[in-house]
Design a protein around this ligand. Structure first.
Ligand code: BGC
Length: 432
């Protein structure tokens, strides 16, 4: 009989062990170069018009909005990094489609609550979607990711539109990876780093790094915004598409709000891993890998959350949460097959995460001296909360094995609470 591993291979699934790390790093770097030159590339490589050289005024506090994946949060950021007055709400457009006015009204309401409590007038907005940044730190939404349903906002300068609804003001809109990078810089204390990477792996994924302006040909003629000679680049790395996908990845992709796009994100981020697992189970059921009872239950399921797939694989029963997989795979033999099919999805995600971080560390040009490593600030639920494999440890081990032979040094910095909010606050406070 076909083993779960044979079955995965027969459907084009490349396991962690089979992943050609060097080839993927090269492919990532080539896409980065093309994106920086303004050529067709799956990586947008968006210049953020903010760098790591700015000054943060002592004692400043800023009102901050954080539009992330499933949640939208507001708060007041102070330095040393801390967030107070936090409030969490569902992100508009997550559950059902939202129109333009309702979309901005949600954010305007938070600004009205927070702005009187801030010392700087500028609002910080962490906006975690692919958006072209402007030199004045506004952001034009290119398209939604993470299945957000708010089509009227696509193509708009979200900062300008929000300010219109507030009757004026000032705003700095930054991507969450840019914000996370800024938060790492602000938290470094006495440490010395040669460069910085902001990385998110939650509902979606993406990375930002610091690039020399001379290496951004598409910015030729632009003013140097970051004192000396560099600027943060929001790579929109989830868009990378020079990678083979399995039948299950393709089936899961077809059911998303943006089929054919953000291929890399869909292989590693929380919005999608559950669905890949379910597609794998459905195909395995058709092939006869499960009992008749389990196959029936699985074929009746329409969607699966990553949290449930992860908890099931970790044999973890979350109090108060019914896991549909516990019901489907009551039989021990079924459960074992299911885990052998699904754990490789998480293992592959960890290795691909490391591959992609390695490409950014190398591209940063830093870390050649062990006393000044490249700082990686990682944030996001998938990175920190995956249970069924030691995710962050696997990423770190893999990264070391990819970078040590190149004599490149990095450090994954201690987790900074609310890094995206903190960084958005810094973007609002920065004197450039
Ligand atoms: C978005 C990025 C964001 C990332 C992590 C992706 O879906 O396109 O802009 O940085 O998710 O939140």
């Amino acid at each position: 009989m076909l083993t779960p591993e044979d079955f995965l291979a027969s459907r084009g699934f490349t396991t962690a062990a089979e992943t050609d790390r060097s080839a993927l790093i090269s492919a990532f770097m080539s896409e980065m170069e093309k994106g920086l030159r303004g050529e067709k590339s799956s990586l947008m490589m968006i210049p953020a018009f903010v760098g790591v050289g700015g000054r943060i005024p002592a004692g400043a506090t800023a009102a901050v909005l954080d539009a992330g994946g499933t949640n939208f949060r507001g708060g007041i950021v102070s330095i040393p990094p801390a967030v107070s007055e936090k409030r969490n709400q569902p992100m508009p457009g997550t559950d059902s489609e939202v129109g333009e006015e309702d979309f901005y009204a949600a954010f305007a309401g938070e600004v009205k609550r927070l702005l009187p409590k801030a010392s700087v007038k500028k609002i910080g907005w962490c906006f975690s979607y692919p958006a072209e940044a402007t030199p004045s730190l506004d952001a034009k939404l290119v398209r939604w990711t993470k299945n957000i349903k708010a089509p009227a906002i696509v193509g708009e300068y979200v900062g300008e539109e929000l300010l219109k609804r507030l009757g004026g003001g000032e705003i700095a809109v930054v991507n969450d990876t840019v914000a996370t990078l800024l938060a790492a810089k602000a938290s470094e204390g006495d440490k010395r780093y040669s460069s910085y990477i902001g990385f998110i792996l939650g509902t979606g994924t993406n990375a930002a790094y610091v690039e020399k302006i001379a290496n951004i040909p598409k910015l030729r003629g632009a003013k140097e915004e970051d004192g000396p000679d560099s600027m943060i680049i929001n790579a929109e790395s989830g868009g990378f598409d020079k990678i083979a996908t399995s039948d299950f990845d393709k089936a899961a992709d077809a059911k998303t709000g943006n089929p054919g796009l953000n291929i890399f994100e869909k292989l590693i981020a929380g919005a999608y891993l559950g669905q890949i697992g379910l597609e794998t189970f459905k195909a395995a059921a058709k092939t006869g890998l499960f009992s008749a009872a389990a196959s029936r239950q699985i074929s009746g399921m329409g969607s699966l959350e990553t949290m449930d797939l992860d908890n099931f694989c970790a044999s973890f029963v979350k109090p108060g949460r019914e896991n549909p997989l516990d019901a489907a795979f009551k039989d021990q033999a079924d459960a074992q097959v299911a885990k052998r099919l699904a754990i490789p999805v998480f293992e592959r995600a960890a290795v691909l995460t490391a591959v992609h971080l390695a490409a950014f560390v190398i591209k940063s040009g830093g870390g050649t001296d062990s006393s000044e490593p490249v700082a990686i600030n990682a944030d996001g639920s998938t990175y920190y909360k995956t249970r069924c494999i030691p995710f962050s440890e696997t990423v770190e081990r893999e990264l070391r094995s990819m970078l040590a032979p190149r004599n490149i040094h990095f450090e994954i910095v201690p987790r900074i609470d609310d890094a995206p909010m903190v960084g958005a606050g810094i973007a609002a406070m920065l004197r450039r």
